[in-house]
Design a protein around this ligand. Structure first.
Ligand SMILES: O=C(CO)COP(=O)(O)O
Length: 255
């Protein structure tokens, strides 16, 4: 945690979620009580097919809704793509960009991720920019070098704490049940904080830095207590309302 930074717990449903799962979104939205809502922001990023219904379910609740990607352009001849403007039109407020699965599956490089983040910001969304090293990069001692390069390449100039959130997701920790040690996470987040503060000044000091990769109800409290970890980006454990809410609960007794 960072004093004075409002934590964000975000769920990324990835390519999961059918209409029959809307009850999970409703359960999450309806379970966020005023005490929890006062302490943290809670965000769910369902697949695009459920986005508009999700924002309707979240209306008049504290649940925030976002998307998992956006195009670099706001409209045009891009079959199958969805723009940030369309996400905003569906009342989404966030867009995840540069997730490692998109970097791998769709060959997205840092320049593309930066353009997507810029498109999200232009549509008044908050961009959650994902970065993280592969197992091979960690084993060869290049983690901080990779994070520095990705921050430089993926985060737009002029980013502010309102418009950008950074998610540190070690690629080898995603969906594996493995997590870095608390000391390794602390080192990565301290590095990101220094780098962002150098580049963006006071805005970099306030930017939210999420940890993602095998966050579960059982490890959430330990992970969220690490210095400069201002929340979580949760994959698998966000699919079930009870698990996701249990992760959010890690904050009820803190602050
Ligand atoms: O990729 C992730 C969130 O974006 C993390 O996924 P898991 O929580 O399933 O490891």
């Amino acid at each position: 945690m960072t004093p004075d930074i409002r934590p964000l717990v975000a769920g990324n449903w990835k390519m999961n979620g059918l209409r029959s799962d809307l009850d999970q979104i409703k359960a999450i939205a309806d379970s966020i009580d005023a005490e929890l809502a006062e302490k943290i922001d809670i965000l769910l990023c369902p697949p695009m097919t459920l986005l508009y219904v999700a924002t309707a379910l979240a209306e008049d609740t504290a649940l925030l809704v976002g998307a998992q990607d956006c195009h670099t352009s706001q409209s045009g001849a891009h079959t199958g793509d969805v723009s940030a403007q369309m996400i905003a039109d569906c009342l989404g407020e966030f867009a995840i960009v540069g997730h490692s699965e998109r970097r791998t599956d769709h060959g997205e490089d840092d320049a593309t991720v930066k353009a997507k983040a810029q498109a999200a910001i232009s549509a008044d969304l908050t961009a959650i920019v994902c970065i993280g090293e592969t197992e091979e990069e960690r084993k060869s001692g290049r983690t901080l070098e990779v994070l520095g390069r990705q921050l430089e390449g993926s985060v737009p100039g002029g980013a502010t704490a309102e418009t950008v959130v950074i998610a540190y997701e070690p690629v080898w920790a995603i969906g594996t049940g493995l997590t870095p040690t608390p000391a390794d996470i602390e080192e990565a987040h301290a590095f990101m904080r220094r780098t962002l503060a150098d580049r963006y000044g006071a805005e970099g000091e306030k930017m939210r830095l999420l940890y993602g990769g095998s966050v579960k109800p059982g490890n959430a409290s330990e992970l969220m207590a690490i210095a400069n970890v201002d929340g979580a980006l949760v994959g698998g454990a966000s699919l079930k309302a009870v698990d996701f809410l249990a992760i959010c609960e890690a904050y009820r007794t803190q602050h």
